[in-house]
Design a protein around this ligand. Structure first.
Ligand code: ATP
Length: 306
């Protein structure tokens, strides 16, 4: 994090907002309030957006971004985060937020939540509010289910509608290839079409076994039990996801799954050269025909936002 201090307040903050993948994702039931009870293993990755925040003496929230199709008004999750804090603490100064977006948008990698988490963190710092991590997480949960996780990073079990978090042993170091096909996927659509009560028991990934595998630091064991129940909607309707998973496995990935509600697919590799070959296939080779965006990254192992 880069900061510039003039007097009591910090004037400028530069933050990195990290994306996530789901090492496993199960949906237990649809609740009466319309939310779903989930059990997900979340893993922060090093792929990140970059956010600059600047304090302004004139009031209001201004957002600029490198992606013209992203909202810059109250529909941007960063705006929601800044406004929530400004309203609660009666902050009269304004803030200008500049976002360099890298994490695939609507890709199942929680990029919007990561950006919102960073802005909450930044507002707390910039205006010296003294909110604890727990207090920030509580506010983050009102913006989005993944925001509390994005405030703490690492490897975690996420339960409830995503707001209950428990720390897990870190994913052993490995290489991660990401490929996002150019198909539109809406998280809302995927959950609405899940019909979880009608799915057979074997559609549910064994989250407890995946946790055990992490406790043993055993990647092969993890590969044997990891899964994402949302593939029953997104992958079934979009065979390109199956194609990408197959290509990743052919390139040596020991585990390839869809992240979140998709459509981004990740592949985990122990061999860096195999991961690089796979990435280059999607980025520069024939894989370009099916992956609109592709990246190579690694798990984020350390602690909270920087
Ligand atoms: P989730 O799985 O949490 O729904 P996602 O990773 O699939 O998220 P995001 O990229 O976080 O998708 O968000 C997608 C939607 O949110 C888009 O409709 C986008 O316009 C809107 N949005 C609002 N703020 C942001 C932001 N800062 N970055 C990306 N998308 C944003």
């Amino acid at each position: 994090m880069y900061t510039m201090n003039t007097g009591y307040f910090m004037d400028i903050l530069k933050l990195q907002a990290y994306g996530k993948i789901n090492l496993s994702l199960d949906v237990l039931r649809k609740r009466e309030d319309g939310y779903h009870d989930v059990r997900m293993i979340m893993q922060t990755v090093r792929l990140h957006d970059t956010i600059s925040m600047m304090r302004n003496s004139s009031p209001g929230i201004t957002i600029e971004t490198n992606l013209p199709f992203l909202p810059t008004n109250e529909h941007n999750l960063m705006h929601k985060a800044a406004k929530l804090i400004m309203d609660e603490f009666s902050i009269n100064d304004g803030v200008k937020i500049s976002l360099k977006k890298v994490i695939p948008v609507s890709g199942g990698m929680g990029g919007g939540s990561a950006d919102a988490a960073s802005v909450l963190f930044g507002m707390n710092r910039m205006f010296s509010l003294g909110l604890s991590d727990e207090e920030l997480k509580k506010r983050g949960a009102t913006i989005g289910a993944d925001v509390p996780f994005c405030l703490c990073h690492g490897t975690a079990l996420s339960e409830g509608f995503g707001e209950k978090l428990g720390k897990l042993p870190p994913l052993p170091d490995c290489h991660i290839v990401l490929a996002r096909p150019g198909i539109p996927v809406s998280t809302r659509y995927v959950y609405e079409h899940l019909h979880v009560s009608e799915l057979p028991p074997e559609a549910h990934p064994d989250i407890d076994s995946a946790i055990n595998a992490l406790c043993h630091g055993d990647l092969q064991e993890l590969a044997g039990c990891a899964g994402n129940i949302l593939e029953t909607v997104t992958e079934r309707e979009n065979p390109v996801i199956t194609d990408i998973k197959k290509i990743m496995c052919e390139h040596g990935s020991f585990l390839s799954l869809m992240s979140g509600s998709g459509p981004t697919v990740f592949g985990l590799f122990t061999d860096s050269e195999a991961a690089d070959r796979c990435y280059r296939f999607f980025r520069y080779g024939n894989g370009r025909k099916i992956a609109r965006q592709s990246y190579i990254t690694s798990p984020w192992i350390q602690g909270p936002i920087t």
